[in-house]
Design a binder for this molecule. Sequence first.
Ligand SMILES: [Zn+2]
Length: 210
Amino acid sequence: MGLGGARWPHGIPPSAGRRVCFTSVVDVITNGTEVFADVEEFLRRFAATKPKRRSRLALAAPVAGIQLAALHHPNAFARRACLGFLDHYSSDCSVAVFARALADPVEPVRHIALHSIACERCRTDDLCASDVVPLLADILRHDPSPEIRHKTIPVLLRLSDRDSSARDAVERSTHEDADELIRDVATRALAGEHIRSRKMYERHARNHRD
Ligand SMILES: [Zn+2]
């Protein structure tokens, strides 16, 4: 069976990597650098293509392979590149991939996953706030990176008119987060302040200390 078989939603097995149930996929992951080689070759060709011709080439993308590589390619740069491609060209059918990539051990990969899961620009279907908000709330609560937690705050507030638990999550972080700047930014965001990048707040705090 092909990797993109209709057996799994989004072409992604719910637990790719467990040998017991999904032998064919595990074989591909463990023996078949072949799938990743195809993906790498496609992304190389894609990058070398003039921007205005890319949409056409994207139609021939090995999407199932790119989804698998976004989660299992051993190289974090490749995982990032795959997520970036999926965000732009296959966002609607890659939500499950973005959700799983939020747990990637490498922070820059999680940044892309975070963008992609909540990106409404690259999507044709409506974003399902009740699916996405719990994931974002979980990141705001548990991601080890303050930079990632910071980024979830404006996204949660953008979705708060569609799911009230989004605002609750930000409210909780105003007193629960271990990082003082996150607590401060969450408080300002709830008061309606436009939230800038974490680096801006860090710079501001430094300037006022010196
Ligand atoms: Zn996007």
